[in-house]
Ligand binder design. Sequence first.
Ligand code: URP
Ligand code: ZN
Ligand code: ZN
Ligand code: ZN
Length: 503
Amino acid sequence: MEFDLIVKNGVIVTASEVLPEGLEIGVKDGKITCIGTGLPSTHNTKIIDAEGAYITPGGVDSHVHLAQANSPTGDGWETGSRSAIAGGTTTIIAFASQEREDTSLYPVLKDYHATAKDQSYCDYGFHFILTNPTPEILHDELPVMAEKEGITSVKLYMTYDALKVNDREVLNILFACKALGMTTMIHAESHDMIAFIIDGLERNKYTEPYFHAIARPRIAEDEASYRAISLAELADAPMLIVHMSSDVAVNHVRDAQTRLLPIHAETCPHYLFLLSEKLKAEPHDHFSGAKHVCSPPLRHDPKDLEGLWQSIANGTFTTFSSDHAPSKYDHTGGKKLGLVDGIPRFANIPNGLPGIETRMALLFGQTPACQPLEKARLSLPRFVQLTATNPAKLYGLSGVKGSIAPGYDADLVIWHPKAAGACTISQSMLHHDMDYTPFEGVEVGNWPRFTVLRGQVAWSQAEGVVGSLQAGKFLMRGRGEVVGGRVGGVPRGMGVEERAYWL
Ligand code: URP
Ligand code: ZN
Ligand code: ZN
Ligand code: ZN
């Protein structure tokens, strides 16, 4: 066998272990074909000497918003995928978003394919956002999407006027997706609680960015998460609650998992590193809090942050995604979205933060590779599970993405924490098309030295982005593997016969 690439002398980390030092990864035609020692090379073989480095699977970021019509100043495919690759992410799953008036998903998918094709530095797939789940869409179109178009997951919103579906619609979707082996993602916040509070804040003229965090209290996430879990339990369907920010809501997930329900949870870097104080005005800019407006909001209490870190370490969270959903702060020379006639109006500030590039390094920095053991927040295998292996499994990319093993795509991140040391995040080092990062000044333990996409170096810390804009391929995804939990139970307090009456 002649290899195209051999990565030597590094320490390979998988979802289950840190392998012994000195193993070599042999790559042929973009795939890992062999892991061993003394692999033969010829003058055609590229060698990466990873002496002293850790090698982890290329990141799989399963929650990314690019080129969505509802964020006119957001990131596009070129800049968003460039930013991904520069931060160690080789696969992204972005959203193809149905608008309410769309009565078919086919044109939606066609549009999103057109924006992404030949415009991505990394591999990509789509989840549908469903806002109008008609019977035709659920029963005629989704089966085709799952079987022929490689789209095996949907996201629903319990809040936002333009996106929200009601509980009955959630159930319809859960039942339809379960039958197809699709994963349902859900944004769980109580719409009416939030709308009620916003009315009161506006009446009392509390409209500065900070009041965004007051308007969406933990109880709103807590209630909606529990309701979403109950709906999934009634349907006996797998579900992932996206971007969880509060320890209270996560406890409902933990409880459901203890009962072996197939309930999953995702959190994001901003909920682990930032608190709502970021929404307060800075002395030099009274509107700066707008840079930290996301939903659910950053929380007030450091205890939330601690609780989330525990759920990172103990297995409650299945995935760790960026929810890269940015809008420019100052989008046309002083025109700031949410500043209405000079008056801050938090309800008009677009929701969502940039974070596709900083996700991997922020979490890697909390492993024993970068921290003394007693300070580390999670193990290296847990880092790999959260950032690559689990999202690949959950979203139907098992056997292709998210692992360093023969037969998998040769997507790798090479880290040199000992040689290169820490790095401080700043807007000037990033590759997105945004004018800020919410992580400005945050120190991370290390930054990827190389990102390898299917055997090709796509990012090198010395040379920058060296991959090609046409390199990214659309991924036809299969059925999700339910990571932990089981399907095939009856809802709590209900017998099989009772369920048979209505099923
Ligand atoms: O604030 C957020 N997360 N906005 C982006 C859209 C979403 O809800 O994921
Ligand atoms: Zn959301
Ligand atoms: Zn001032
Ligand atoms: Zn999102």
